[in-house]
Design a binder for this molecule. Structure first.
Ligand code: PRT
Ligand code: ZN
Length: 284
């Protein structure tokens, strides 16, 4: 039995979704371009779909899992479980208005006409803020709507903000922050749950490796205790004597988020020759 995973066939999330399986050691027999790909060394099948359809496929159980932006999940359904944030495809869904409009608070868009591909999320946000507005649902090029007189605001995906700027708009309210997420069908068979557990274990190892670095440094022996306390590590650091009397090499793992703080403290406490290396997989 194979677990079926729906991913985007062509678009911003396609390559990174496939890369994730490759990093988990999963290989596929037929190249991209087909609607389906079967793994040769893991009980897994990939369905290549438009991202908008993925939540529905997973909700209905046609696919067991899906990789899609949270923005799409939240727009389409409440009946799938989000299992893991995947750390790519980061963006936000925001309200934007004419760059010359004197926007102070969301109350200022009362009575506006707003173009969006996300009418459900927008409606909820407006209701929560007691705003009345007419929503125009359009499926692409939302940012041109104000320019052609269809709307006086947009609610659209923003990443760098340059698309809004190019169209004479400014971002005024972030409705949600989003990234690619692994979703799971509400009625997963128990055999498939076992496969998911294996996949999940591999995904965690890949993600932890991405978030951590292997670090090696030289330390005078009388500083080993201080340095060991600075290094969070997996258990405690490995300490190996150097050929030079009175010095040791200390090895550990440092999280990306605290990386520079840790490096500064290490230097301040006498560490030298600090080397930092990527980690391929990390199993705790
Ligand atoms: O064909 P299909 O329906 O499968 O794909 P799609 O065209 O609907 O989606 P796609 O491939 O554009 O995006 C897939 C997912 O990537 C989205 O659902 C988001 O979760 C995520 N993502 C991340 C983005 C962006 N960044 C992004 N910048 N999706 C869209 N954009 C667009 C946005 O719509 C706007 O037109 O890029 C423009 C804004 O970018 P900036 O950098 O100018 O602000
Ligand atoms: Zn789409």
């Amino acid at each position: 039995m194979n677990i079926k995973v729906a991913i985007q066939s062509k678009g911003r999330l396609s390559e990174k979704s496939l890369a994730l399986f490759r990093e988990c050691g999963i290989r596929f027999e037929n190249g991209k371009g087909n609607l389906k790909m079967t793994a040769t060394n893991f009980p897994l099948e990939i369905l290549l779909l438009r991202d908008d359809d993925i939540p529905e496929y997973v909700e209905s159980g046609v696919a067991d899992l899906g990789i899609v932006g949270q923005n799409v999940v939240w727009e389409k359904t409440e009946n799938v479980k989000e299992l893991k944030n995947l750390g790519f495809g980061k963006c936000r869904l925001s309200l934007a208005v004419d760059k010359n409009f004197d926007y102070r608070s969301i109350q200022d868009i009362n009575g506006f006409e707003i173009a969006t591909s996300y009418p459900n999320i927008l409606r909820k946000h407006l209701n929560e803020n007691n705003i009345k507005a007419k929503i125009h649902k359009i499926s692409g090029s939302v940012e041109i709507a104000p320019g052609i007189g269809l709307a006086n605001a947009v609610c659209d995906i923003v990443s760098t903000g340059s698309t809004l700027t190019l169209n004479g708009l400014k971002e005024v309210d972030v409705i949600l922050k989003s990234q690619a997420v692994l979703i799971v069908s509400p009625n997963l068979l128990s055999e498939k749950q076992l496969i998911l557990d294996k996949l999940s274990f591999r995904l965690d190892a890949v993600q932890k490796a991405k978030n951590n670095k292997y670090i090696l440094l030289n330390v005078p022996n009388d500083k080993i205790d201080v340095i060991s306390n600075i290094l969070p590590g997996m258990k405690s650091p490995t300490v190996v004597p150097l050929a030079e009397e009175g010095w040791s090499s200390v090895h550990s793992v440092v999280n990306e988020n605290e990386f520079w703080d840790v490096i500064e403290k290490l230097r301040d406490n006498g560490a030298q020759g600090i080397l930092v290396m990527p980690i391929e997989k990390m199993i705790i």
